[in-house]
Design a binder for this molecule. Structure first.
Ligand SMILES: Cc1ncc(C[n+]2csc(CCOP(=O)(O)OP(=O)(O)O)c2C)c(N)n1
Ligand code: SF4
Ligand SMILES: [Mg+2]
Length: 318
């Protein structure tokens, strides 16, 4: 059986070089540095407006990427990487084309271009580095920001106490297109991380990687706690690790037992105002997610047969 890559055997050559301008303890920098080691030198990178653009690439004429690097506008990652790939195809070149966008550029303003590229099954990798707000412009709320979190557009006062909506289930939206590969990743589970990036690299067609990347500035967390935050997100059920391949969903890590969400919240200033009721609301949402992800209900056999028969009748002659 072929041996899977792990953090010891993965390539060590950097293509996001030291000297980039990310904050100390930035989860995006850790994620992208390791992604680039695996994707390797035969890669072209596109980054839209985001922290990574400012810290990693967009200080013209300088760039911390040592591979071809492009940027244009905030909302068009899916479209630009499709075009770059088409250009290479015309030249007969086989290059890995990757777009690395933030949650604002993916969940919100870039969703249309992303959905188009997924629907056309473009032969590219799309990575969302998810720090749960618009960090580059000073921490505004996005569709990814969790319930209760403070941001500058979900302030904490007498009438409003942080964000009132739950995080959008982006993986469901993207994977509804039957794409080649989709996976969630954590920088606290590096063997799982490198195997998923390697798998994405080895496939053809549209591949989507969703990485949770703690942000010390917007989460108001200690830079030395980035790894602990990423780990605690998975142990509490705020984040879960799975992949979707050939239409099948596979959980790649299941915590032994659910850690209460308070253990995650207390490490971050963005949640420090949360009332008991709001914490219970968030915990309830997580419990539902946990049950759905880790304990899927198996329908009773008779019901399954009934359903099969029904489907059979319905599909006759199709
Ligand atoms: C059309 C447009 N609207 C707004 C902006 C300003 N802008 C640049 S980056 C950014 C936030 C990016 O947030 P996100 O995608 O989550 O990336 P992060 O900075 O958090 O890494 C915004 C609002 C822009 N460049 N273009
Ligand atoms: S603001 Fe957050 S995402 Fe941006 S460079 Fe700093 S830690 Fe990273
Ligand atoms: Mg963001």
């Amino acid at each position: 059986m072929e041996k899977k890559m792990n953090i010891r055997t993965m390539p060590q050559e950097d293509h996001l070089l030291n000297g980039h301008g990310a904050c100390a303890g930035c989860g995006v920098a850790v994620a992208v540095k390791n992604v680039m080691r695996i994707l390797g030198e035969n890669t072209t990178v596109y980054v839209p407006a985001s922290c990574l653009l400012v810290s990693g690439g967009g200080m013209y004429p300088h760039s911390a990427f040592d591979v071809p690097f492009f940027y244009s506008a905030f909302e068009n990652t899916g479209a630009v990487i499709s075009g770059i790939k088409a250009g290479y195809r015309r030249q007969g070149k086989d290059v890995t084309v990757v777009g690395i966008a933030g949650d604002g550029g993916t969940f919100d303003i870039g969703l249309q271009a992303l959905a188009g590229a997924a629907e056309r099954n473009e032969d590219v990798i799309y990575i969302c580095v998810d720090n749960e707000a618009y960090m580059n412009t000073g921490t505004q709320r996005s569709g990814s920001t969790p319930f209760g979190a403070w941001t500058t557009t979900t302030p904490v006062g007498k009438r409003v106490q942080g964000k009132r909506q739950f995080k959008k289930d982006l993986m469901s939206v993207v994977s509804s297109q039957d794409i080649a590969y989709a996976a969630t990743l954590s920088i606290a589970h590096m063997n799982d991380f490198v195997q998923k990036v390697e798998k994405a690299k080895s496939k053809k067609g549209f591949r989507f990687l969703h990485i949770m990347t703690p942000c010390t500035s917007g989460w108001k967390s200690d830079p030395s706690m980035t790894y602990d935050l990423a780990r605690m997100a998975v142990e509490t059920g705020m984040w879960s690790l799975y992949e979707i391949e050939d239409g099948e969903t596979r959980v790649t890590y299941r915590p032994n037992e659910m850690v209460p969400i308070t253990e995650y919240l207390k490490l971050q200033g963005r949640f420090k105002h949360m009332s008991k009721e709001d914490i219970e609301t968030l915990q309830g949402w997580i419990c539902q997610k946990w049950n759905k992800r880790y304990c899927p209900a198996v329908p009773p056999l008779e019901k399954k047969e009934e359903e099969l028969a029904l489907n059979g009748d319905h599909c006759e002659g199709v």
